[in-house]
Design a protein around this ligand. Sequence first.
Ligand code: SF4
Ligand code: SF4
Length: 223
Amino acid sequence: MIVSEQKPWEEILGGLDGDNSIFILGCNGCAEASGTGGPVQVKEMKSKLEAAGKKITGTMVIDFLCEKALVKSRLRPKTKDVEAADSILVMTCGIGVQAVSAAVNKVCHPACNTISLGGSRGEWKGKERCLECGDCLLDYTGGICPLTACTKGLINGACGGASNGKCELAPEKDCGWELIYERLKGLNQLDKLSRFIAPKDYSKMMPDVKTMATSLWALEQTS
Ligand code: SF4
Ligand code: SF4
């Protein structure tokens, strides 16, 4: 299980600045279990955003947003609603937001921060990875995690060492920042690269005692 918490309301609204119409996507997997992106929270978010003057073109809750093929097939009947939106607000963990961003050619905003369980979780088979940093940056990077896609975990752009699109430290791997650049270019959002992202507070990657206790309790129940 991947645990998430909703970002502060001001941050969610700030991320949607300039977008008048929004499609909201929730997840019936870990986000539903975390109480951050299930049907209840999607309904609440719709009401709050409408009260804030946003037009909601549609909502959907999908079983697992981390499964790109499932996202594509489930969203197909909602294509017009998605196309009518300026962007998608994705209410789930960092892996889910990355998967939706890769599956749908649309600006995706993360509504949640993924928080650490101290390593007591499984690995998803998809290639998207989240370090559970507790302060999701995917809004700035076209839905590609700079902490995992870039070998050095740089958050303010490329190191300059890439060669033919490959990382200087891991030549078998695509340069994460070149992928971010191409994604933002395709979304007409290259201006996001001019924003400075302040150094991260890495203490947020430490699991808090209450979350750890809940996680260990859940593990005990299933073992
Ligand atoms: S920025 Fe990356 S590591 Fe942090 S929550 Fe988002 S996907 Fe996870
Ligand atoms: S070459 Fe690209 S992926 Fe590798 S460390 Fe530099 S910016 Fe990061």
